[in-house]
Design a protein around this ligand. Structure first.
Ligand SMILES: [Zn+2]
Length: 361
């Protein structure tokens, strides 16, 4: 990869910069359509259209046409008319009742709940994810049995206010529904970070950092938690930058969403696991600093950025409330704080929606 392309890749993946891409891209091992789209400042929908792709599967060596350096008009988000679907929060098919929240905000994690005799045999998809910048869109999901119900965690991508469409199949039967989504309505925060800090975006180790977190996002392991999620700091003093906050890093720079919640705290404050799980990342990276990632199973991971020191190792099982490390200001950080993320199948959800709950609403 040339230096020029590499620099664009790291900027785009962090800042969602809409840069014009090169003319073509050759697929490498581990690439996803989503990743290639993000890295080249385009979308899955645009790559699908330009390359007349039938699905999201890629083969190593496949050459993808990228949008040219001349700006092109954005295609409509979806060519299909909005389907007429129930949005009452409940729908049913023979032997299965489906319950979902009646409305959502962008960045929400949520829970689709199935009950009835055939609920355990159902599969669930979210077809509205096709064309959105979602890792593994429209994945076939097996519900998780829990106290007489079967559950599937869902997520609403930051920046999307189109309805979430869900589809539940049992045998040959199928029911679809949709959930309206509203925005977060936050003013843009201008961080104006010094160049000495934003230079970390250019660090050559950024590629390894992104590869490591993408691998964590791709994990699909059984649910291991059985108690509600708990705060990562014993006594938080509010937040300095909220979840989903649109912000710029440099004056006049592009707007990016904040995928986590920032909790200011003195260096050395204990960072605690929000729930039971397995440590899948524990190491130092240019942007996230000293980072711990815990896989809780069910496609849910929690991430703890910028720590001053780490006390856990990859592969270690941890329990809710266990000390993982200490607050610091390592990586792309302007002062001591914990940046906490809770991701569902790789997409950021509002940590507040999980706290003191087994599952988000
Ligand atoms: Zn943050």
């Amino acid at each position: 990869m040339t230096r020029r392309v590499f620099r664009r890749t790291i900027l785009v993946s962090l800042l969602l910069l809409g840069a014009a891409g090169a003319a073509s891209y050759t697929v490498k091992a581990g690439d996803t359509l989503y990743y290639v789209a993000r890295a080249n400042g385009t979308t899955v929908a645009e790559l699908t259209r330009l390359n007349q792709l039938a699905g999201t599967a890629l083969e190593v060596g496949q050459v993808l046409t990228l949008p040219g350096s001349t700006p092109v008009a954005a295609p409509p988000v979806s060519a299909a008319p909005a389907p007429t679907l129930p949005s009452t929060g409940t729908s049913s098919l023979q032997g299965v009742t489906v319950r979902v929240p009646s409305n959502l905000k962008m960045g929400d994690g949520f829970t689709l709940r199935l009950s009835g005799a055939r609920a355990g045999q159902a599969t669930v998809r979210f077809p509205s994810e096709v064309g959105e910048d979602v890792r593994k869109p429209n994945e076939v999901l097996k519900p998780i049995g829990a106290a007489g119900e079967f559950l599937v965690p869902g997520r609403v991508v930051l920046g999307k206010t189109t309805p979430v469409v869900y589809e539940v199949s049992v045998g040959g039967d199928l029911v679809r529904g949709q959930i309206p989504v509203t925005g977060l309505d936050q003013p843009i925060q201008h961080l104006n970070l010094p160049v000495s800090v934003t230079n970390k975006l250019q660090d050559p180790a950024r590629a390894a950092e992104e590869a490591a977190v993408e691998k964590a996002y791709a994990r699909r392991t059984p649910q291991v938690w059985s108690r509600p999620f708990a705060p990562a700091l014993a006594s938080a003093r509010g937040t300095s930058s909220g979840f989903g906050q649109p912000r710029t890093y440099l004056a006049g720079g592009p707007v990016a969403y904040h995928y986590g919640t920032d909790y200011p705290a003195p260096t050395g404050t204990s960072v605690l696991a929000v729930n039971d799980g397995t440590v899948v990342i524990a190491g130092k990276y240019p942007v996230r600093g000293n980072l711990v990632v815990i896989d809780h199973g069910a496609g849910v991971v929690s991430m703890y950025f910028h720590q001053s020191r780490l006390l856990v190792k990859v592969g270690q099982k941890v329990v809710r409330g266990q000390k993982l490390g200490e607050v610091g200001t390592t990586g792309l950080s302007a002062g001591p704080h914990l940046h906490l993320e809770v991701r569902v199948r790789g997409e950021a959800t509002n940590p507040a929606g999980w706290m003191n709950r087994l599952w988000p609403r």
